[in-house]
Design a protein. Sequence first.
Length: 237
Amino acid sequence: MKPKLVCLTGLLCDELVWQEVAKRLEAIADVSIISFAGFDDLTAMAQHVLEHVHGEFALAGHSMGARVALEVYRLAPERVTHLALLNTGVHPKSEKEVPGRMRLLELAQEQGTKALAVDWLRPMMSSKGLSNSALMVKLEGMVSAYSVEQFAGQINALLNRPNAQAILATITVPTLLLSGTEDTWSPAAQHQAMQESITDSELVVVEGVGHMAPVEDPEKVAAAMQAWLEKGSKSYE
């Protein structure tokens, strides 16, 4: 019986972000992907995960999804066998962050979420990701499919997020931290600082990818996650 792997998506994202990684891991894990359109609170997102997944599971989150994963771990650490945090952070909101997010929300309200595909998505991508026209069409469609109300809800969740810093020292399961060399939103140094607080954690930095690592280089991300899944837990032996 294969172990369960639950993958959580980030801001303005859906199953697309994890699909190619999931395909590469389906031989060793029963993979499910959960997204959060319609939510406006990180704790509610975490409770949704716990209500829809039974028993123990490995848990991976990308960007906002990683913050949700930490909240899942805080609520029910006994159910999480492995934890992976990709392209993310644990810092509380800053004074600079609030006007930046509100500007994006105002842009969406004025021009629709399609405008975010240019103003928000493209600056997060690596040069390699931007040059992949087929991928960009898919990602821009993903962002545009969100309503302004759904985007506003997720912005509210992020601006009112709990401080996750204290959770790191409580983590006792094999933990993967992953970033890309071109991720300027959640750089490798940010993950390195997190690693120092988490026992039994590993940092993987993928060369040439940006903030959307799971879609920019699913092969390397899946390889790192396979090695992570093979660590430690008796549930996986």
